[in-house]
Design a protein around this ligand. Structure first.
Ligand code: GDP
Length: 317
């Protein structure tokens, strides 16, 4: 079994590759729910939905979120009627949100709702929320704390960040299906190229996941989300600069080491960053250097195959 930890865009792209090369029984994708929030009466789960839509091939690659072929009648009407329109929900997306709200109101767990939705989309691989109970990323700034989507969407990541916290993490309850995986024989964990601060950190803040990683006997391989000193998409590099960390793959490796003490055994970095190999190796890590920019499903599968080959080598040594 391979367990992948994923946020939205970068996570979903590698998840697609892993799903292309592994059978459903051999892959579990654990998805960040720290970005989730309540809006217009709905539970919005941006990363879960991005992973779902991307696995199903129904994502909107231009926007980086939401559905392909989307229409906006609902949102236009919300605006016309004076409702909040800073967070966009397309018509197709809305249908999913209505059904999710209905199922959650009936008492279904988030993981069950997502499992049933995944089945409707023909997604056979297992994707699980990191927690059944709410964990909410809070962004700390000089001017106080912001709920994640306030920071990310409403304020377009403009405020300077000083740190993060994950409200509800201490009491987070992993889905039963994830608890079973954590007890099973796991061959390797792959940390997808997702934002370390607001996609991976919330997952690792869940006590059951944190304890499982600490006591592990399997290798953890991480793919750097920073290529050539920049993020492919999103605020990861900006956050690093604001936190006084130089945005590059080496500093990402050091960040994981400092904050999660040996949580990552080996690194996959981009060919543009080959000059950083020896510094990362001096940290006691093995490094795979390759093209990590996933601009198509084919490239996602190629990278996934290389990451898994690298992981297998670490298991056999
Ligand atoms: P979010 O929750 O939607 O922001 O998604 P993630 O945290 O999963 O993804 C954001 C991160 O993915 C950013 O730091 C990007 O630099 C990184 N990323 C996106 N696409 C790629 C890619 O093709 N290759 C690599 N290496 N990183 C990527």
């Amino acid at each position: 079994m391979i367990v992948a930890l994923a946020g939205g865009v970068g996570g979903a792209k590698l998840a697609v590759g892993l799903a292309a090369v592994l059978p459903p029984a051999e892959l579990t994708i654990v998805v960040n729910t720290g970005d989730d929030f309540e809006h217009l009466g709905f539970t919005v789960c941006p990363d879960l939905d991005t992973v779902l839509y991307t696995l199903a091939g129904e994502n909107n690659p231009k926007l980086g979120w939401g559905r392909a072929g989307e229409t906006w009648n609902f949102m236009n009407e919300v605006k016309r009627l004076g409702g909040q329109d800073w967070f966009q929900l397309g018509d197709r997306d809305l249908a999913l949100h209505v059904l999710r709200r209905e199922a959650l109101a009936r008492g279904a767990s988030l993981s069950t709702v997502m499992r049933d939705l995944a089945a409707c989309f023909g997604v056979e691989h297992t994707m699980l929320p990191m927690s059944e109970t709410p964990v909410r990323t809070v962004v700390k700034t000089k001017f106080g704390e912001l709920a994640f989507q306030d920071y990310f969407v409403r304020l377009r990541c403009k405020p300077r960040v000083t740190g993060f916290r994950f409200a509800g993490a201490k009491a987070a309850r992993v889905p039963d299906a994830l608890a079973r995986v954590l007890r099973e024989r796991v061959d390797a964990v792959v940390i997808c190229p997702s934002n370390p601060f607001v996609s991976i950190a919330p997952i690792v803040s869940v006590p059951a996941i944190k304890a499982w990683l600490k006591a592990r006997t399997f290798p953890v391989i991480a793919v750097s989300p920073i290529i050539g000193g920049a993020a492919v998409k999103g605020p990861a590099a900006k956050m690093m600069r604001e936190l006084g960390i130089k945005p590059n793959a080496l500093e990402i490796a050091r960040h994981y080491e400092r904050n999660y003490g040996n949580a990552v055994d080996h690194w996959v970095i981009d060919q543009q960053d080959a000059k950083l190999i020896s510094a990362i190796e001096r940290m006691g890590k093995r490094v795979l250097v390759t093209d990590t920019l996933m601009t198509s499903r084919r490239k996602s599968a190629i990278l996934a195959r290389q990451v898994l080959g690298f992981a297998r080598k670490q298991i056999n040594v």
